[in-house]
Design a protein around this ligand. Sequence first.
Ligand SMILES: [Zn+2]
Length: 247
Amino acid sequence: MAGDNPQLSRHARHIALAQIGSSGQQRIKQGAVLLIGVGGIGCAAASYLAASGVGNLLLCDFDTVDVTNLGRQVLYGPGDVGKLKANCAAEHLANINPDIRITSITERLNGDQLAATISRVDVVLDGCDNFATRFQISDACVVAARCLISGAAIRLEGQMAVFGPDYQDSPCYRCLYSDADESLENCAGHGVLGPVPGVIGTMMAVETLKHLAGIASPRGILRLYDAASGESSSVSIQKRPDCQGCG
Ligand SMILES: [Zn+2]
């Protein structure tokens, strides 16, 4: 009986799904996910992944909580201002689900460290705020053959895409953006409507759970959300034969 086992009870609505069931929930429990950036996107994604029982969450963010974050980074409160985001997030997520392992990484991961950390996980969620880091993460995911779920939000717009883990015939993040776009904007200078990164982070959590549970999902499609019109659209990402990342 589900009622006799707290874990079964917690995940009863997943287990009731034909697409997940007990075996899918077990795979979710065995899953390891690295979140890079625990800002607006990462807070939403991490909350659902923790609540959903992903067994190993690695939170990477070297930034501290700023008062301007509180309008959308919903894992933090006024008492967290000035503290490291990864540590605060880990504490709040442990409260959401004490039965999972949460590791906070409070330094910037580069080169070998990034590659080693990515090789330990099944899925990488990129919600960071700059292109240089995004390209590094994508390249490391291609080398390690790991699923990368990338998300971004600015003003009233959000976007998300799932890449890999097989990059032989499908595009990588670099196929979507060339190096020439490295100067593209971030939300600090342009503003962002609070829940928009939450929408994107939640979509990323959905894709993560599908990947871990083995629910098939198309790769290499850019999903766009426009909060002004309330509409969503999709664009197919073409694999570039000359891509520096996966070509
Ligand atoms: Zn590529």
